[in-house]
Write a protein that binds this ligand. Sequence first.
Ligand code: NAP
Ligand code: G4F
Length: 384
Amino acid sequence: MVSEAVPLPKAVSFAKVDGPNGPVVIVQLHLNSGHLSMSKRALITGITGQDGSYLTELLLQKDYEVFGIVRRSSSFNTQRIDHLYQDPHEPDTRLRMIYGDLNDSSSLNTILRKTQPDEIYNLGAQSHVRVSFDVPEYTGEVSGLGAVRLLEAIREIGIRPKFYQASSSELFGKALEVPQKETTPFHPRSPYACAKAYAYHITVNYRESYGLFACNGILFNHESERRGETFVSRKITRAATRIKLGLQEKLYLGNLDAQRDWGYARDYVEAMWMMLQADEPDDYVIATGETHSVREFLDEAFEYLNLDWTNHVETDERYLRPAEVDLLLGDAGKARRILGWKPTVSFKELVRIMVDHDLKLAEAESAAKTIDSTVANSASWGTI
Ligand code: NAP
Ligand code: G4F
């Protein structure tokens, strides 16, 4: 799935065939494949993540040519985009994967120079807040400095792509007002949020210093059936469905009182794209405008399965954070007014989409009579 080099798509191809009066050379222009292309080129970091996979689907539907940066891993890390696979040997391939890393400036420079994107979406990150307390320096490198490595590559090469930075509601942290909007001051509460604060400000700085079309999407929590299994929403829906089928007894969680503004990831990637199509570059809060506690998420998921979570959930202090973000609630009024964006999936619908999906996974696991050890062990590995 991943190409080792960065093959530039061919704009012209030649073929020699036998015609009725001797050999004929056919010259073919690939109008959607290179500099002759009328369609846009997007480069996505973090393409293998939850948001990267939905954004890729959206951009391919919109006829973009998409390049994705994938980091080398000893096991497959492309499951979320495998259904989008296109043979890189075909000249008209619209999705190409390239090895690179946000920690490696030289790979980023090479990729930008060779792909010459119209739009860059910087979604790559060490994105787990709890884990950022365990690997703070690494998180700063990838989730913070990764952004400036891309921005500097843009500046050095002299290209003018539009740039999207995946900023986060974690920036508001110990929030100074409710709801939070673009003008709410930041008070980051984790190494992850501190790294994202740097990335936010450097994005604004490159917009102001070099006139780059650079935007921050300050996205509140968004979940889906593709959410990583150690984030609380998916941890709950995976466990609840496995408990329902007798594959698991207990679910160990941390702080049940934390409140989040939870939306559906597919809606949120639409907002990323909309920001880069606006007349002017700017920063936008993307949120549903509703907040719910982890306890309410448990109520919704377990009740849907006719289960009582209090019989199954236990708290484990390893899942608590040294500093917690107690309440996030976003006001996406600016995005609604300027971009015309609004969420389409309610909290109840989101939980049900995730439970329905995970129930099928649990049923398949049950039918195969094999316990998925990655899920079974998830409560005891590490501290997430
Ligand atoms: P995710 O599922 O954790 O995906 C993160 C992506 O970053 C993965 O593709 C990962 O690759 C890649 N990555 C990690 N380290 C990298 C490195 N050193 N170099 C290049 N790529 C690297 O995150 P997500 O939920 O899709 O979120 C997308 C972005 O939005 C992240 O920046 C996140 O911090 C931010 N954000 C998310 C939310 C949310 O609620 N989901 C809210 C606000 C902001 P592997 O697949 O190989 O691990
Ligand atoms: O699902 P979470 O780990 O998401 P968190 O920390 O809000 O971060 C996510 O959203 C951010 C946007 O606001 C993104 F920027 C970030 O990349 C990530 O996608 O935890 C949500 C809440 C927290 O308060 C946490 O303490 O759930 C609480 N929680 C309770 N028990 C738990 C657990 N979180 C996790 N991961 N695991 C637990 O067992």
